[in-house]
Ligand binder design. Structure first.
Ligand SMILES: [Zn+2]
Length: 286
């Protein structure tokens, strides 16, 4: 069973909910940490999907080129790392155009996949899917079927589905994986969840989904492999998850890559049968 390996490519401070005007003050670790990740993927001969934040593409075009040349898929992670539900539709459209052009100019390849910062396609920002489709994106991996204070559509489908837009074509949504325990849906497949839960639990969840013929969408950030990145003062809720268990990520990831099969989102979708079709009003009602 092929699972999807995805990377949200941003520096360690860009997803911390601090104003982007403060970004220049911090040490960049993106090249160092991305190289750690690229080496690990190379060791296991895995191709992944990298969702790249606009300013990273602007400042580190050679890094983006290297990722693309190594055969990984390049997708967009928007430009400002803002919650989509805090942007206006026009602001999002401008961000998409800017980031897509940047990435396509650097790689010479079409960019058709997207992940929202903070998985922030929620019921308040379903309008984003129509804009994505109009701007040439064919699939999206931003909906997290869980309850979280920042994101989630808890009752959204757990498998890839077609989102049919009223008058604007369609887009395929590949939700972030969760596993069902009774009536609860638990997140497990990346980021802080992967670092906080014991490896045995991650393995159990992967097997459970794969046994049901469901591919897992796994996600990681390069800084999660870099325990030496600077420690700054953050609200407790954010700092507890951001800095948790960074030292063991690389080892755990090595084990995961050895035990399960992974490829890019693009490849997984090529092998997937078509999932259910939903309309905007179906998701809004959930
Ligand atoms: Zn991000």
């Amino acid at each position: 069973m092929l699972n999807a390996f995805t990377v949200d490519l941003e520096d360690w401070y860009q997803g911390l909910e601090i104003p982007d005007s403060a970004w220049q003050g911090y040490e960049s670790r993106i090249e160092y940490s991305t190289n750690l990740l690229l080496d690990l993927l190379d060791k296991h001969r895995v191709k992944a999907t990298f969702f790249i934040l606009g300013p990273i593409a602007e400042k580190f075009p050679d890094l983006v080129k290297r990722i693309s040349r190594q055969g990984h898929e390049i997708g967009s992670h928007a430009y400002s790392h803002q919650f989509l539900y805090r942007l206006s539709p026009e602001q999002l459209r401008q961000e998409l155009i800017r980031s897509k052009c940047l990435l396509e100019d650097i790689t010479g390849k079409k960019v058709t996949s997207f992940r929202a910062p903070f998985f922030s396609i929620t019921k308040d920002s379903l309008w984003a899917l129509e804009i994505l489709s109009r701007e040439g994106f064919q699939y999206d991996s931003s909906i997290f079927p869980v309850h979280n204070y920042r994101y989630g559509i808890p009752k959204a489908p757990k498998v890839p589905f077609q989102f049919r837009l009223n008058g604007a074509g369609q887009i395929i949504e590949f939700p972030i994986s969760t596993v069902k325990f009774g009536t609860a849906s638990l997140p497990f497949s990346g980021g802080a969840y992967f670092r906080l839960f014991p490896y045995g639990f991650t393995r159990f969840c992967f097997r459970k989904l794969n046994n049901d013929q469901i591919p897992v969408v796994f996600y990681i950030h390069p800084w999660e492999l870099d325990p030496e990145h600077p420690r700054i003062k953050l609200p407790r809720r954010i700092s507890l998850t951001h800095y948790a268990n960074l030292k063991s990520t690389k080892k755990k990831l090595d084990k995961l890559l050895q035990e399960f099969r992974f490829t890019s989102l693009e490849e997984v979708l090529r092998n997937e049968t078509q999932g259910p079709t939903l309309f905007p009003e179906d998701l809004a009602k959930l």
